[in-house]
Write a protein that binds this ligand. Structure first.
Ligand SMILES: *[C@@H]1O[C@H](CO)[C@@H](O)[C@H](O)[C@H]1NC(C)=O
Ligand SMILES: *[C@@H]1O[C@H](CO)[C@@H](O)[C@H](O)[C@H]1NC(C)=O
Ligand SMILES: *[C@@H]1O[C@H](CO)[C@@H](O)[C@H](O)[C@H]1NC(C)=O
Ligand SMILES: *[C@@H]1O[C@H](CO)[C@@H](O)[C@H](O)[C@H]1NC(C)=O
Length: 349
């Protein structure tokens, strides 16, 4: 005989037991979703873990059934980010990255002289691919250099398709009679343009003026131009002061303007002098005069110290000044000692 009260109590207990065996909301896993997601599950109900896009399951079951005990089994599933292909090396450039996994972005830069042919950054997608595709670093090239007016390109090696690699050079020459201003060499820069090009300008020089007591020769043309030359010479006993040949320079004047300088007559009758390091008799060595620019050293006496020293004299365009300290002896005063025979004074101590 079962009392109605017992049925009531046991049905209550049964219900409590059933209620106590439901599974709770399952634990959440990083980067995973659970379906179906509920607050509790009856025993026998199934749940499935899915990794979110961009993540892969690793190391465990994905499907669980709520057991009679009401406790979900231990879940060792992990959702790990997908790996994109290694992209840490960019030839002639560099890659900035932390990892190559979803959802990271990496960025690219090229070395000087190279440019990014492609994007400057790429993202690892849910599918584990780089988007957009990583770039390459292509060498910078310059278009053919423009040729300045009145110039020609004297050296230039273009790459395929007329362009030139960064760092290569082009050398220019001016046409004859034109002078170059600036550097003859232009370089293809890392920016893909050329360094400054030279300029060629027509340069004329005036006709050279004939020097007094001399002559000048130059090409018989209606005008004289850059690099034209003129030669100078002097009449007898005159000496050219300046180079024999002069050239029309790029500033439109001559490299020099030589003139003719007169030689000197020596008024001293008798003296021993030093000429080019040697003792000579001035009256013999320079009996035909001394040429402009020539220099001798006279001997003078220091009376107190009874010694000799020298003083220079030079022929300058017909003028030769004898040093004041020099005393010429009359040829009769043969008993006097010439300064050149007196012992030299000590150099100043
Ligand atoms: C090089 O340049 C010239 C003149 O600009 C052009 O006619 C020629 O087709 C170019 N060659 C190449 C290979 O691009
Ligand atoms: C011309 O440029 C080249 C290369 O840029 C350099 O080496 C050279 O010294 C320059 N010459 C002059 C005269 O400036
Ligand atoms: C070349 O290009 C760079 C960058 O655009 C610029 O700064 C430079 O002035 C250019 N050089 C010449 C000679 O034009
Ligand atoms: C060339 O001419 C300029 C002015 O016409 C002058 O200043 C300069 O000194 C001259 N140079 C030479 C070497 O004669």
């Amino acid at each position: 005989m079962i009392s109605p009260a017992f049925i009531l109590v046991s049905s209550f207990l049964y219900h409590v037991a059933i209620a106590g065996r439901t599974c709770p909301r399952p634990e959440t896993l990083p980067f995973a979703t659970v379906t179906p997601l509920k607050t509790f599950y009856d025993p026998g109900e199934q749940i499935t873990y899915f990794c979110q896009p961009g993540y892969m399951s690793r190391g465990g079951m994905r499907r669980f059934t709520c057991p009679i005990s009401g406790i979900w089994p231990i879940n060792t599933l992990k959702c790990i980010p997908r790996q994109c292909p290694f992209a840490g090396i960019l030839e002639n450039g560099a890659v900035r990255y932390t990892t190559f996994e979803y959802p990271n972005t990496i960025s690219f830069a090229c070395n000087t002289g190279f440019y990014l042919n492609g994007p400057s950054s790429a993202r690892c997608t849910e599918e584990g691919k780089w988007s957009p595709d990583p770039p390459v670093c292509a060498p910078v090239t310059c278009p053919p250099p423009p040729t300045p007016t009145f110039a020609t390109l004297s050296a230039y090696e273009p790459l395929v398709g007329n362009s030139t690699l960064h760092g290569k050079q082009a050398v220019f020459k001016c046409l004859p009679q034109y002078a170059m201003f600036g550097n003859d060499t232009a370089t293809c820069t890392a920016h893909g343009n050329w360094t400054e090009l030279p300029e060629c300008r027509e340069v004329k020089c005036p006709f050279p003026v004939r020097p007094n007591n001399g002559f000048v020769n130059y090409p018989a043309k209606e005008a004289l131009y850059y690099k034209d030359k003129a030669t100078y010479g002097c009449h007898d006993t005159y000496v050219l002061d300046g180079p024999e040949e002069v050239e029309c320079n790029k500033f439109g004047n001559w490299s020099a303007e030589p003139s003719c300088k007169a030689s000197c007559q020596i008024s001293v009758k008798k003296a021993t002098v030093i000429f080019e390091g040697e003792r000579v008799k001035i009256q013999e060595k320079f009996k035909n005069g001394m040429l402009h620019g020539q220099k001798v050293s006279f001997f003078c006496k220091n009376k107190e110290k009874k010694c000799s020293y020298t003083e220079d004299a030079q022929c300058i365009d017909g003028t030769f000044e004898i040093p004041k300290c020099f005393k010429e002896h009359s040829s009769l005063a043969f008993w006097k000692t010439d300064a050149s025979d007196v012992k030299p004074c000590e150099a100043d101590a």
